[in-house]
Design a protein around this ligand. Structure first.
Ligand code: PHE
Length: 457
């Protein structure tokens, strides 16, 4: 095991795990999904899922990884045999598929950074059509997403300490302060209060089955759960570290950033008279208008810093997504890091191309009608299968695995290493019950409901 890397400190792990969690899921996706699902009502259900289900599952992943000192496949196989190893493999596959479209959206963010800093984006008068044309033009996007994957690969090549940990420690705090700045500015705009109301005053009549499972999928995606990312990061964590407090900090940081992203976007959207249910273009359409209103110089500075930080947030997540597959190839197939990183990065870039072309370039990838009765893009399909459905399913399987194979006693032992008074505490009782009974039942049920709703409507 001497060749496996490791985090240098507790802070390093927290920065890397929070870096994985905080990303496009918080800033790009959370506001648009919340916007499509009624705002405040969605927020409440989301927070409920995060603490009730997300937190125990996160602990399950980190403890399993640290105990097994292995990638997801190796960890499941070590304690559960080959058949359970397949669950780990499925997680790795989900990570690969998620990275394939995530990298495309990261490329948009990168392109928007360039257009704001060096191009004429802020002189446009219709940001909605600009966005539509932008994502449909694949010639630039191919380069941007290729570039983004290359940067991810270069960092993952440097290994755990230098690459993953070092980059996250700088990028995360910077993002937080920029968000706060834009929020304060946005709240001073006329009409902003309507956005605050939409976001914070719940209208429970808007809650339906879709709100509930979308919020669950969003919680899993946002916390990077259900595909073994945190099994992998946990495997690089030393035995003295307190997993309980580290995981709490990661969950709180992630939830804060998603919450703040909503607080940033909705006042801006309402102050410009836009619709909160705009969809995936929300951040790309709402924000440029605000940067434009700041005037040419200030707008350029704030706007380009924002999109640059969005890229950074995405980068600490793409790093973690790539690392999962890489760790598997290094541990199980005995590949060199170099070979694993370069090959995986290239393959995943290619898998992402149809997702990119489904935003207008190729009509047949733009509007699938065979599920949910509405027209969905290829990217929506990948997202639905490998994120909305697969991640909670991964959480379900993890909790069943701990309950029936690895045992909650081992789970508890692993947490108590580094968390002194854990044994016999209320928290121990709560987590064991959640993992053993509540998570399997709730996640199993949600899996069936989501599947029915999406594909057998
Ligand atoms: N959590 C990341 C985000 O919110 C996305 C992600 C999902 C990263 C799964 C790793 C694993 O953007």
């Amino acid at each position: 095991m001497a060749t496996r890397g490791g985090f240098s400190s507790r802070l390093g792990f927290i920065a890397a795990a929070a870096g994985s969690a905080v990303g496009l899921g918080n800033i790009w996706q959370f506001p648009y999904v919340a916007g499509q699902n009624g705002g405040a009502a969605f927020l409440i259900i989301y927070v409920f899922w995060i603490f009730l289900i997300g937190f125990p599952i996160m602990l399950g992943e980190i403890t399993l990884g640290r105990s097994a000192q292995s990638n997801p496949y190796g960890a499941y196989k070590k304690y559960g045999g080959k058949a359970w190893g397949l669950v780990g493999l499925f997680g790795i596959l989900s990570g690969i598929m998620i990275l394939s479209f995530y990298n495309v959206v990261s490329g948009w963010a990168f392109g928007y950074f360039l257009e704001t800093a060096f191009g004429n984006l802020l002189e446009e008068n219709d940001f909605s059509s600009f966005f539509g044309e932008y994502v449909a033009d694949y010639s630039d996007n191919l380069w941007f997403s290729f570039g983004f994957m290359a940067i991810t690969a270069v960092i993952v090549l440097q290994g755990v300490k230098k690459g993953i940990e070092g980059s996250a420690k700088i990028l995360m705090p910077a993002l937080f302060f920029l968000l706060l700045g834009i929020i304060v500015y946005g709240l001073t705009l006329p009409g902003a209060i309507e956005g605050v109301k939409f976001y914070l005053l719940p209208n429970f009549s808007l809650i339906n089955a879709e709100t509930i499972y979308s919020a669950l999928g969003q919680a899993f995606f946002s916390l990077s759960l259900g595909m073994g990312g945190l099994i992998t990061y946990g495997s690089y964590l030393s035995k003295q570290e307190n997993i309980l407090s580290s995981a709490s900090l990661v969950v709180i940081a992630d939830t804060m950033v998603a919450f703040l992203a909503g607080l940033m976007i909705f006042p801006l959207v309402f102050s410009q008279g836009q619709s909160p249910s705009e969809g995936p273009g929300l951040v790309f359409v709402a924000l440029p208008g605000i940067f434009q209103a700041m005037g040419p110089v200030l707008g350029k500075i704030v706007g380009s810093s924002f999109f640059l930080l969005l890229c950074f947030a995405a980068l600490t997540s793409t790093i973690s997504l790539l690392e999962v597959a890489v760790a598997y190839l290094i541990d199980e197939r005995k590949w060199s890091r170099r070979r694993a990183v370069s090959l995986m990065a290239l393959v995943i870039f290619f898998i992402g191309i149809p997702s990119m072309l489904g935003y207008g370039a190729i009509q047949s990838l733009t509007s699938f009608t065979f599920y949910e009765g509405t027209s969905k893009s290829f990217m929506d399909l990948v997202q639905d299968i490998f994120s909305v459905i697969a991640l909670p399913l991964g959480g379900f399987l993890l909790s069943v695995f701990i309950a029936t194979r690895w045992t909650t006693a081992k789970f508890s032992d692993e947490i108590s290493q580094g968390a002194k008074n854990y044994k016999g505490s209320f928290m121990e009782g709560f987590l064991n019950i959640m993992i053993k009974f509540i998570c399997p039942v709730v996640l199993g049920l949600m899996f069936i409901l989501t599947l029915l709703q999406k594909f057998f409507n």
